[in-house]
Write a protein that binds this ligand. Structure first.
Ligand SMILES: NC(=O)c1ccc[n+]([C@@H]2O[C@H](COP(=O)([O-])OP(=O)(O)OC[C@H]3O[C@@H](n4cnc5c(N)ncnc54)[C@H](OP(=O)(O)O)[C@@H]3O)[C@@H](O)[C@H]2O)c1
Length: 216
């Protein structure tokens, strides 16, 4: 029997809380942490014994896979703050580099041809492995489309280091989705907001694996 990677979810807002809920539904144990310890404690009580509330620092120490479900700029702050502790860890980055615009919508806050994935990869602590994942659906769909049957919905992901793929795919499956790899981190732009494989981009919807593979 193989042991599953230990997972920490850091940041418990729309996306982090949904990933935590989907993980528990998939019987996956998790460490959870946020800026305020009480947010993690309260959520852990709701989620039951598979969820352990902890500090950000202990979450990073205890887990193999660290989901940084925080805003794009905060990911880089956490890289700086926890650089040495993140060595050897698999970091999941769901961030979309956007901010509200003047018309009630969203605009990109980095260059048109840049991706959060590539910019975060350039700042990545030494020895850490970056995976772009869990950002391809809005939080509402991430919740409602999880654990469907018979056909699962898809979460796309990108990574340069192929040794992490099976661990990441296992975590995506435990969250109730099929995993479809788009390629390396240089493909991140396709799975970030406005990308051709994003719910809020040309794709425009939640897809199954058959539909997803046809789009690759
Ligand atoms: N919302 C979506 O539909 C969606 C979809 C796809 C991808 N994403 C991406 O997912 C990420 C999270 O988005 P969200 O909507 O979940 O944001 P959110 O609701 O604002 O949640 C962010 C969470 O991060 C916590 N946090 C902030 N700074 C922190 C720090 N230094 N250490 C630990 N935790 C910290 C916040 O705590 P406080 O409450 O104390 O500030 C909050 O719990 C973003 O990068 C976003 O682009 C979002």
């Amino acid at each position: 029997m193989t042991t599953k990677s230990k997972v920490a979810i850091i940041g418990l807002g729309n996306i982090g809380k949904t990933i935590a809920q989907n993980s528990i539904k998939g019987n996956r144990s998790i460490f959870i942490a946020s800026r305020k310890k009480e947010d993690a404690t309260t959520l852990a009580k709701e989620l039951g014994s598979l969820a352990t509330a902890t500090s950000t620092s202990d979450a990073i120490k205890n887990a193999d896979i660290i989901v940084l479900s925080v805003w794009f700029n905060t990911i880089q702050d956490l890289f700086q703050q926890y650089g040495s502790e993140l060595q050897g860890k698999i970091i999941i980055d769901p961030s979309n580099p956007i901010a509200p615009d003047e018309n009630g919508g969203f605009k990109k806050i980095i260059g048109e041809k840049e991706s959060a994935g590539q910019l975060n990869a350039a700042m990545l602590p030494k020895g850490a492995k970056l995976v772009k994942a869990f950002g391809t659906l809005g939080a509402a769909s991430l919740s409602s489309a999880a654990h469907q049957s018979p056909d699962k919905s898809v979460l796309f992901y990108a990574s340069d280091d192929t040794t992490v793929d099976s661990k990441v795919e296992e975590f995506i499956h435990d969250n109730g989705f099929d995993a479809v790899k788009v390629g390396g981190i240089d493909q991140s732009i396709r799975i970030e907001v406005f990308g051709d494989l994003h719910e809020f981009g040309a794709l425009g919807k939640v897809v199954t694996a058959t539909e997803a593979i046809a789009k690759l």
